[in-house]
Every structure is written in structure tokens, then in C-alpha cells.
Write a protein that binds this ligand. Structure first.
Ligand code: GUN
Length: 291
């Protein structure tokens, strides 16, 4: 098994963003500014939001977190987004998902001004991505493209299987891989896929984003393939101080003696997602300041 390193890739991306931020300020601009809204207080969302804040502050970005109560009404959340949309000093708006069930997630995402939608989840950005126009690219798929490119993994003419069809990972990932210049042949599987192994066994690259540990083991994968593990799942573990450990969607132990390259969990695609959010925020800030 070959471990596809991601932490160093993310660190070099962050170095570039730090330099870009300095350059922006030297040209008379202000630091990029990110607004993060947290409504659902599950432990995973709180961790993700904290990591985004740490990265933003380490780059010298302005960072404002809006922590709302779980029972916040939809109207109140939409009013906050209206305020952030209209605030010229805010470059990026991120509403951490999932939202509590009484709030319509699509309505909230559609409310974010597309030019501040650094997650790339709004219909305008998703539509632009699907037709190959310039847009904010969702952070996890963008991070995966970076990792593939950094490790010199060719995509043109390759068979890529994506397991999971979410709006956050699976669908934008497929759109990116189908783009001209990327040129992969893409299959997107879901829970109704009849024989998952029949698709994955001949794939050159497999991207697993189901949110379920053990979705893929080595019996599904041919020699020489690349596996991208997007999952971050908390498994109870009384031997840890935290009471849990993080595992991906892939059974890594089954690959030990195999000629397969895999991204680790933790310290894999998750760190790239945060770095790409910072890149999108810098890009937004440059555009909005005309610098
Ligand atoms: N929840 C899980 N991943 C993401 C993400 O990339 N962005 C937001 N806003 N919420 C998430």
C-alpha cells in the first residue's frame, strides 16, 4: 500500500495563500474576510468549523463566526445571510452543513450571494461548474484534484468510479473529472447500484464518499489503482482520551500488502478541504476588491 500524502500538499497550498494575502495587502487591499455560520451543534461540525477558523487566522484573514442556537428559525438565519450578503467587508460566506431539520437547507444555500459562495454550493456555482465556466469549485472535490495533480496521477482517459452522489462531493467531483483537459471516464455509484464491485474492480481511480466505514475493501480494487478516501467517521474507542477515533469510508487494513495508493484518514482529504476553502476565500477577496 502506498500512502498518498496530503498534509504537505495542504501546507504548500496554505503557504501560497499566505503569500497571496501579503501581496493583496501590498497592493493596497485589505485581508480576505470569511464569515462562518454554525447552527447545528454536533461535535463533528464544531470541529470542522474550528479547523476553518484556525486556518483563516493563521493566514491573517479576517474571520467572523456566527454561532446560532439549534432552535434558530429559518427566517432569522436568512436575515443573517442577507446582512452578510450586503456587507462589503465580507468576501466569503459559509453555512456549516448539515442544518437542523426544521431549516430548508436548499433555501439557505440559494440565499447566499453566488459571488460570496466560497463553498460553491449555490445553484449558480453548481451550474457554472457543470458547463465548465469559471466558478467557486466545492472545496473537497477541488482538494482531490490538487492531490491527484501533486502526485502526478493522470486522469485523461482513465476510468474513475465515484461512490456517493452528494451535492458536496460526488456530483461536483464528477463534473470536474469530466471537464475538458481532465478528460476522465466517470461512473457515479449510489446505494442502489446493483453490483458495486463490478464497477470498481476495473477502475483506475476510486473516490469513496459515502460516510460509511467499510464501504470499500481491497477485494473491490485492482492492482495499481488509486483510492481517495473522503470519509471522516467517528468510531467509539474507549482507549482514546476523546472516546473516539476517526476512520474513513475505506477499510485501510485490507490493503496492507496490496499495490494500491490510498489517501489516509485522518490527515488526508479533510486537510485539503480546509486549504481549498481558504483558496476560494482569497480568490473571492481579490475579485471583489478588483486586485
Ligand atoms: N459539511 C460537511 N462538509 C462541508 C463543507 O465542505 N462545507 C459546509 N458548509 N458544510 C459541510
Amino acid at each position: 500500500m502506498i500512502r498518498l500524502e496530503c498534509k504537505g500538499v495542504a501546507a504548500s497550498v496554505l503557504d501560497g495563500i499566505r503569500a497571496g494575502t501579503e501581496e493583496l495587502k501590498e497592493r493596497g487591499g485589505r485581508a480576505p474576510s470569511l464569515a462562518v455560520v454554525l447552527v447545528s451543534h454536533d461535535a463533528a461540525s464544531e470541529t470542522y468549523v474550528r479547523k476553518k477558523e484556525e486556518a483563516a487566522l493563521s493566514l491573517g484573514f479576517e474571520h467572523h463566526q456566527y454561532t446560532l442556537a439549534d432552535d434558530t428559525g429559518e427566517d432569522e438565519l436568512l436575515a443573517l445571510i442577507d446582512r452578510l450578503n450586503g456587507d462589503d467587508s465580507v468576501d466569503g460566506i459559509l453555512v456549516q452543513l448539515p442544518l437542523p431539520s426544521h431549516i430548508d437547507e436548499r433555501k439557505v444555500i440559494e440565499h447566499i450571494a453566488p459571488e460570496k459562495d466560497v463553498d460553491g454550493f449555490s445553484p449558480v456555482n453548481a451550474g457554472r461548474l457543470s458547463i465548465g465556466e469559471e466558478c467557486f469549485i466545492p472545496c473537497t472535490p477541488k482538494g482531490i484534484m490538487h492531490v491527484l495533480s501533486y502526485h502526478g496521477i493522470e486522469t485523461a482517459g482513465k476510468d474513475v468510479v465515484i461512490i456517493g452522489r452528494s451535492n458536496i462531493v460526488g456530483k461536483p467531483m464528477a463534473a470536474l473529472l469530466m471537464r475538458k483537459g481532465v478528460d476522465a471516464t466517470v461512473t457515479v455509484c449510489n446505494t442502489h447500484t446493483r453490483d458495486l464491485r463490478s464497477h470498481t474492480i476495473s477502475a483506475d481511480i476510486i473516490i469513496v464518499a459515502t460516510g460509511h466505514p467499510g464501504t470499500l475493501d481491497s477485494s473491490f480494487v485492482k492492482d495499481g489503482a488509486v483510492v481517495i478516501d473522503v470519509g471522516v467517521n467517528r468510531i467509539p474507542d474507549s482507549s482514546r482520551k476523546s472516546g473516539f477515533r476517526l476512520v474513513g469510508d475505506v477499510d485501510h487494513s485490507s490493503f496492507e500488502d496490496r499495490d494500491v495508493s490510498i489517501t489516509p484518514v485522518p490527515g488526508g482529504i479533510g486537510v485539503m478541504t480546509v486549504a481549498m476553502l481558504m483558496e476560494n476565500t482569497l480568490e473571492s477577496s481579490r475579485r471583489r476588491q478588483g486586485l
